[in-house]
Design a protein around this ligand. Structure first.
Ligand code: ZN
Length: 143
């Protein structure tokens, strides 16, 4: 959609939306474009405004912000529930998976860390439940 600033023969300036510049030209030639103030169909283009989709832009901004907020909440939850093990992730994951937790003990905390794609695939192949996180940990191994 394009928005045009239009001007009638009586100098009334108004805005109208058209599918394209050609659509405007066709409707103008057919006398279908009328001034909303005086109904004149002697219309010319005033200054053309750029086609801006302000509404959809701001709604996608809002959507992006809410996605980021969800992501931040997820990150906070992961960081509060899991221990950061840094690059030792694969080794730690295997050790914890192999460890037997006594029935009267609470389940161990989860871990977050870094690993390579190859190591991640090997963990999955070995039946160790891991999942990629859609963010980098804010912590470091020293924290
Ligand atoms: Zn007019």
């Amino acid at each position: 959609m394009m928005v045009f600033d239009l001007r009638c023969q009586h100098d009334h300036v108004f805005e109208a939306w058209f599918a394209s510049g050609d659509a405007f030209a066709a409707q103008q030639a057919a006398g279908l474009v009328c001034c909303p103030l005086c109904d004149s169909s002697a219309i010319t283009k005033a200054v053309m405004a750029p086609a801006v989709a302000a509404k959809s832009n701001s709604s996608s901004d809002r959507q992006r912000k809410s996605e980021l907020a969800r992501l931040a909440a997820l990150q906070a939850e992961v960081e509060s529930r899991c221990d950061y093990v840094g690059p030792a992730f694969a080794t730690e994951a295997r050790a914890r998976h192999a460890a037997k937790v006594p029935a009267d003990q609470p389940p161990p905390r989860g871990i977050v860390g870094e690993t390579s794609i190859g190591e991640a695939m090997a963990l999955i192949d070995d039946g160790i439940p891991i999942a990629p996180l859609p963010f980098r940990s804010r912590r470091t191994a020293n924290a």
